[in-house]
Ligand binder design. Structure first.
Ligand SMILES: [Zn+2]
Ligand SMILES: [Zn+2]
Length: 130
């Protein structure tokens, strides 16, 4: 069972569906919606997703897609297409254990922010910079 939720805990979800399309997206819409340089996603059969607490709000980000997020804390959670109606995309980082579903590819690399490729070489601190 995959379980996850938003930052404040108001919206919680679970799915017993087999995940697929584990990916990171570099597109400008994910970037803005996530407030992040890239967004990791995976997909599950839409019928397998159960919202077990709260109710996401939906923003229609394009003619064919809506993005679901927590109306209280704003965490991006879901993406649903009106074309691929059998699928629900979920932000990997909203999982309780995101390490379980590593990305297998990258999409929209044409839009990648150049410094994303060099982040791993930056100085690192195990916790906050002191
Ligand atoms: Zn929340
Ligand atoms: Zn994207």
């Amino acid at each position: 069972m995959l379980r996850g939720g938003c930052l404040c805990g108001a919206v919680r979800y679970e799915s017993d569906g087999a995940p697929f399309h584990q990916s990171v997206c570099h597109c400008s819409m994910c970037r803005r919606a996530g407030g992040a340089p890239l967004v990791a996603w995976f997909s599950v059969p839409r019928a397998s997703l159960r919202i077990v607490a709260g109710e996401p709000a939906w923003y229609r980000s394009s003619a064919k897609a809506e993005r679901g997020f927590c109306p209280t804390c704003g965490s991006p959670l879901f993406f649903r297409s009106s074309v691929l109606t059998g699928e629900m995309d979920i932000t990997t980082a909203s999982l309780d254990d995101p390490a379980r579903l590593p990305p297998r590819d990258q999409i929209y690399t044409a839009a990648k922010i150049p410094w994303v490729a060099t982040m791993e070489s930056l100085p690192g601190f195990a916790e906050a910079r002191s």
